[in-house]
Design a binder for this molecule. Structure first.
Ligand SMILES: C[S@@+](CC[C@H](N)C(=O)[O-])C[C@H]1O[C@@H](n2cnc3c(N)ncnc32)[C@H](O)[C@@H]1O
Length: 294
């Protein structure tokens, strides 16, 4: 929230006197920061969930901002300019905290692009505006020793190895959302994908997969077990970056760790080559699949 607050403050001159849409406004906190700091013409806070929308109306009134912010309780895809209570001028600014794990998982990216294409005039200010998905080679040796290997030895003469095997299957069947320590990274992080929200085609990604060939060089030796993935987003020309990398204080997005199903001792200085694919098997769902082809 602090990054959003700084980005809104730094964009004050571009927001003043403009119509703003807050997509998936939740409690309305972004709309309220924007109303207090930027003096926009009006803010439409669009929130699909009835309970949350009602709660945000209450908070907005408690803060005396009801003349500046209108809460619209609908999915943004069902909103049109007829819902505007203050004229028919299209929006010039979109604010939204839409990101999910590894940026896109269960995210509202499509809804934000819909709002950009149908509720805004040309070239709206998008906050955030640019996104990057990063990846790095990860070691989980401590985890292997403490959670998997420990079950390899009989406990008081009893074979408990099935627990370790079940945990190994669990780890490799879905990406793990966890906090990675920088010391676990065997390579420097590299950008896998960059998205520009002003240019991203609503009918392209997320409908079509993101796919890229990566070659990450190990910088230290260790037990290579997984690929770590995370994102950052930036806010126009403000210089503000919301960074979810292991090198920054952890956020609720943490990092995403994709286990490969093997534990390989690797030396420093070798390339780890793989293809990273992020796709959505069912276009009606917000669930994505991460594929790592080695
Ligand atoms: C991560 S929360 C946003 C939180 C908000 N910035 C806050 O701090 O309270 C995302 C919100 O978007 C809403 N949402 C999801 N899809 C939506 C859609 N298509 N149209 C409108 N709201 C949506 C959810 O109900 C949820 O409240």
């Amino acid at each position: 929230m602090e990054s959003y607050s700084r980005a809104i403050e730094a964009s004050k001159d571009l927001i003043e006197g403009k119509i703003v849409v807050d997509v998936g406004s939740g409690t309305g906190i972004l709309s309220m920061i924007c109303a207090k700091v930027c003096n926009p013409k009006h803010i439409y806070a669009v929130e699909a969930n009835r309970y949350i929308a009602d709660m945000s109306r209450l908070i907005i009134e408690q803060n005396g901002l009801q003349d500046k912010i209108t809460v619209i309780n609908k999915p943004v895809e069902e909103v049109d300019i007829d819902d505007w209570k203050h004229g028919t001028e299209k929006a010039s600014v979109i604010i939204s905290e839409w990101m999910g794990f590894y940026l896109v998982h269960e995210s509202m990216l499509e809804s934000v692009l819909w709002a950009r294409d149908f509720l805004c005039g040309p070239d709206p200010l998008m906050l955030p505006s640019h996104c990057r998905i990063w990846s790095a080679v990860v070691s989980n040796e401590k985890f292997r020793n403490e959670e998997l290997e420990i079950w390899a030895n009989p406990v008081c003469g009893v074979d408990m190895s099935s627990i370790g095997m079940a945990r190994a299957v669990e780890l490799t069947s879905a990406p793990q959302i966890e906090v990675l320590d920088p010391s676990q990274l065997l390579s420097a992080p590299q950008v896998a994908f960059e998205l520009d929200l002003n240019r991203l085609d609503r009918m392209g990604f997320p409908c079509t997969p993101l796919k890229t060939q990566m070659s990450l060089k190990t910088e230290s030796e260790g037990v290579f077990s997984s690929i770590g993935i995370w994102f950052d987003v930036s806010f126009g020309s403000t210089g503000v970056v919301l960074d979810t990398s292991p090198f920054h204080p952890s956020t609720h997005w943490k990092q995403t760790n994709v286990f490969l199903g093997c534990w390989a001792q690797v030396p420093a200085g070798i390339p780890i080559d793989f293809t990273l694919i992020i796709s959505r098997p069912d276009p009606t769902e917000r669930q994505y699949t991460i594929t790592i082809e080695t």
